[in-house]
Design a protein around this ligand. Sequence first.
Ligand code: SF4
Length: 375
Amino acid sequence: MRYSPLRHLPSLVWKRRPIQLTFFVTRRCNARCPFCFYLNDTDGAEPRAEEFSLEEVRQTAPSLGRLLWLAFSGGEPYLRRDLVELSRVFYAENRPAIMLYSTNGLLPELVADRTERILAHCRNSTVVVKVSLDGIGEEHDRLRATPGSFERAVRTYHLLARLLNRYPNFELGVNTVLLRGNQDRLDALIEFVRTLPGLRAHTISLVRGDPRDAWCKEVDPAAYRRAAARLEAGLTGGSDPLYRFAGARLKAAQDILQRRLIHDTLTEHKRQIPCYAGRLNLVLNESGELFACEMLSSSLGNLREHGYDARRVLDGVRARAILGGIAEGRCHCTHECYFITNILFNPRLYPALACEYLRLGRAQPGGMAASLLPR
Ligand code: SF4
């Protein structure tokens, strides 16, 4: 039986322990995207001795408790040779309802092989893989400064799609980073992605952090709004809806509300809703540092210095000071993963969520898009 998300309902009231962990398993990457907020010029594809090891993960996992959502990120997470073993440790100890893997898709056979081994073992979790596509053909290669990357990413997608029939716990999607370089050509990309077999989600991530090339961040909010409207048309309605699972309408309603809040954050340069970073969400990096989120550079503490016990880090003076600042609203961002938790675990947003839900019920195909047009 699948690990149920419903067992995390108490977090609607008590927000005292993490239910979402993002693990940056490595800083290494085989692409050179100029918009990456995580890659240093000095980073290469060779393993680093100090990467948080499998044994260190084994020691840490019990202190994290049950997880709703576990995301593997990087760098390119599939470059970790022990990605399957890392997944198995978390699966056994933390029973995540959702395990998410992002990939640039540059290693098609390796990604497909490791994903299948994860799927075969972690059958009670929904395993989601998101392949990055930021443009079509040479545009993708140029944006990522990595020749041949589009062809390889599409091949990776197709190899992964072959696993869909064999593993009912598998969901396959595409993620697109929206940046200045592609903001005017997203319609064609969205249409292309919709033709991919087995697609369950196409998400957009606004470029964030401090990329090496600051030009990438000059995004027009109207372009974001247009892309959001385009993506949401046909999510649940029409003859070929993208969302076909139980709760699809609720998920679509959350998507719409989330993108509206992100748009408003972008234009007003301030936080729109409370953020549960550090209370419901945590980030672990490849050196064992825990962070409330990936946007804040202040570490809550290093697990290596706290006996591999996340609770000890979170109970520390330093962590409490950082979490206090977050609760006071001293920062803002457009990080999509955190918006999901910040919406779904905030009952005060349920009336707004219900409005979108009802609007979807009334909408004709294309009606969702209308709800995103300028108010
Ligand atoms: S608002 Fe953004 S930057 Fe601030 S704590 Fe939340 S996720 Fe981090």
